[in-house]
Ligand binder design. Structure first.
Ligand code: FAD
Length: 318
C-alpha cells in the first residue's frame, strides 16, 4: 500500500514509521531482522530502507603500493525491502538516488521494484561520493532529485526511455521527497531551497519527509514556510535519538543541523555514553509527544543502529 494512502486512511491519527540501513556486507539479513524485531510490535505503517552507493578506497598491496578498488558496504536496498515485506507483512519505501545511476539503470531499478510489488519510493539526489568534493551526476544520469522524480512520473504514465515501446504498463509509485527544516546545506537561502522543494511537489511528489531535527520549533516554522509557499502535501517529521557525546560534533558536521543549547548542555554534563543515551531518549520522547499533540501525519524514526532506544520511546508514546 502507498504511504499517501496510509496517511489518508488514518483520519488524522499519527502513524509510526521506521528507517533502517541495509546490513553491512558480510553481516547477513539476520542482523537487520534483529534490528527490526523489537520495533514491529508498534505496527509501523511502513519501513524505509536507505540506499548506499559504492565508494572508491585505496587498498595497500604487499609491495606497499596502493590499489584503487570500488566497494559497496551496504548493498541490496530493493531486495531488502522485498525481504522485509515478506517477513513482516509491512509496506516498505526504498530510497532511490541519482548518484551513481544512469537513467537506464534507474529505469531497470524501478521496474525491479514494480516486479517485487513495491509501491513506494523516496526520491533523492544523494550526497557527493566520498572521493568527490561536490555532487557529480553520473554520465547520462540525473543532476537533481526533481529530474529523477520526472523519470518516475514518466514511468507512472507508461513513458519508458525506449520511445518505440507500445502499449506499455504503467508503474504506480507513490513518491516521497526530502525537505530540510534547517535548509539544505548547498542552498544559498531558505527561499531558494523552498522553490526547488515546491518544484518537486509540483512535479508529482505525494509527500515530504524531513531531515532530522532536534528543535520542534524549526519543524513548525518549516511547515508554515512551506504552506505559505503553496506546498500543501503532508510533511512528515524525521527524528532520531542522540546516544553519544561524539554526536555533538558529528551530527552538525554530517547533517548540517543544530542541536538546541538545552540538549547540548545536558549532553555535556554526562560522564558516559550510557548517560547520553538516557538524555537522548528523554529528548526524543519529549519531541515525539509534542509532534503527536500537534497532529503530525507520521512520526518517522531514524533508528540507525539503536532500535531499543526508539522502541522504548514509542512504547511510552502509545
Ligand atoms: P535535491 O532536491 O536535488 O536538492 C539538492 C540541492 O540542490 C538543494 O540545495 C536544492 O535547493 C538544490 N536544487 C534542487 N533542484 C535544483 C535545480 N533544479 N536547480 C538548482 N538547484 C537545485 N542520501 C543517500 O545517499 N541515501 C539515502 O538513503 C538518503 N536518505 C535520505 C533521507 C532523507 C529523509 C533525507 C532528508 C536525506 C537523505 N539522503 C540520503 C541525503 C540526501 O541525498 C542529501 O541530503 C542530498 O544532498 C540532497 O538530496 P535531495 O534529494 O534533497 O536533493
Amino acid at each position: 500500500m502507498k504511504v499517501i494512502d496510509h496517511i489518508n486512511q488514518a483520519n488524522g491519527k499519527t502513524l509510526i514509521s521506521f528507517e533502517v540501513l541495509p546490513p553491512l556486507k558480510g553481516k547477513g539479513i539476520g542482523a537487520l531482522y534483529s534490528h527490526l524485531d523489537p520495533l514491529m510490535e508498534f505496527r509501523p505503517a511502513y519501513i524505509n530502507v536507505t540506499y548506499h552507493r559504492s565508494e572508491h578506497v585505496f587498498k595497500k598491496r604487499g609491495d606497499s603500493t596502493f590499489e584503487k578498488v570500488i566497494i559497496r558496504k551496504r548493498p541490496g536496498t530493493e531486495s531488502i525491502c522485498a525481504a522485509i515485506m515478506n517477513k513482516y507483512d509491512v509496506d516498505t519505501v526504498p530510497h532511490l538516488i541519482c548518484g551513481g545511476f544512469s537513467v537506464n539503470e534507474t529505469e531497470d531499478a524501478l521496474l525491479n521494484l514494480q516486479y517485487l510489488g513495491i509501491d513506494n519510493v523516496l526520491v533523492l539526489r544523494g550526497d557527493a561520493a566520498k572521493n568527490e568534493t561536490a555532487f557529480e551526476a553520473e554520465p547520462g544520469g540525473h543532476r537533481y532529485a526533481s529530474d529523477l522524480l520526472r523519470q518516475v512520473m514518466n514511468l507512472n504514465s507508461g513513458i519508458y526511455l525506449e520511445e518505440d515501446l507500445k502499449a506499455t504498463s504503467r508503474t504506480t509509485f507513490c513518491i516521497g521527497v526530502a525537505g530540510y527544516p534547517e535548509k539544505h546545506f548547498e542552498a544559498p537561502n531558505m527561499e531558494s531551497d523552498l522553490r526547488y522543494l515546491k518544484m518537486k511537489v509540483e512535479g508529482g511528489a505525494d509527500y515530504i519527509v524531513t531531515q532530522m531535527f532536534f528543535d520542534n520549533s524549526k519543524y513548525y516554522a518549516f511547515v508554515k514556510a512551506c504552506r505559505d509557499a503553496g506546498i500543501t502535501v503532508p510533511i512528515i517529521p524525521g527524528i532520531k535519538p542522540v546516544y553519544s557525546k561524539k554526536q555533538l560534533t558529528v551530527l552538525p558536521k554530517t547533517f548540517h543541523i543544530d542541536l538546541p543549547t538545552d540538549l547540548s548542555n545536558e549532553i555535556l554534563k554526562c560522564r558516559t555514553d550510557e548517560e547520553v543515551e538516557q538524555v537522548g531518549a528523554e529528548w526524543l520522547l519529549h519531541q515525539s509527544r509534542d509532534l503527536k499533540k500537534n497532529g503530525v501525519p507520521v512520526l518517522h524514526y531514524y533508528t540507525l543502529g539503536k532500535p531499543h532506544i526508539v522502541a522504548n520511546v514509542v512504547k511510552q508514546l502509545c
